[in-house]
Design a binder for this molecule. Structure first.
Ligand code: CO
Length: 208
């Protein structure tokens, strides 16, 4: 890829935006008020805004390998805190995707060096759901199901944070688990019952 093309694309994009609305960038420069925090995978195919038909200013985005929400990850925790407490987003989404290399790596018994501690968190998801996963014979189906279960567990991890617990109670923040199907482009809502999960884990994780 010739990177000059990127700058040409940028010029064309500016022109397109200004043709539509001559104040577009003036307004964009005034600040942000996103409705949504999107936590997705770093995979180049999972383009947060584009797959949702949204644009600049609409979504606060955090991406890492396999869309993980890990309590000692200062980066992810800072993003959640800032988006929920300061920007006051109304929705937090964990979006996994089929064909996730991070999830696939965690299904294999191999030493992956620096990735080991990161992928360990996905192996933990596998362990929690071992009975269900081991009953799936088809490897592809098992892999897809682990992608879904990982999204679910990362939603539970979100609910374990003080910022999310407080915002659910005080202003009805909603937590969602989605999967992007890279084979069809479809965005699938796993319909995570976050209120039920919140109740289930409160005995141990109540912070508010
Ligand atoms: Co991925």
């Amino acid at each position: 890829m010739n990177l000059n093309k990127v700058f040409e694309n940028n010029e064309a994009w500016i022109k397109e935006k200004l043709d539509n609305d001559k104040n577009y960038f003036e307004d964009l420069g005034k600040g942000q008020n996103p409705e949504l925090l999107f936590i997705g995978c770093s995979d180049s195919r999972v383009t947060a805004e584009e797959l949702m038909g949204l644009g600049p200013g609409d979504v606060f985005v955090h991406r890492n390998i396999a869309n993980m929400v890990i309590s000692i990850d200062l980066n992810a925790m800072s993003v959640v805190d800032y988006a929920v407490d300061f920007l006051k987003v109304n929705h937090v989404v964990v979006c996994g995707h089929y064909g996730c290399g991070g999830v696939k790596a965690a299904m294999q018994s191999a030493d992956l060096g620096i990735l080991n501690p990161w992928l360990r968190n996905i192996r933990d998801v596998y362990r929690i759901h071992k009975n269900e996963l081991n009953n799936i014979d088809d490897e592809e189906k098992k892999y897809d199901r682990l992608v879904q279960l990982n999204v679910k567990e990362q939603c539970v991890n979100l609910i374990k944070t003080a910022a999310v617990q407080k915002a659910i109670r005080s202003r009805g923040l909603q937590v969602h688990g989605w999967v992007f199907d890279v084979h069809t482009g479809k965005l699938i809502d796993l319909k995570i019952d976050f209120v039920k999960y919140l109740q289930d884990i409160m005995e141990i994780y109540h912070l508010d």
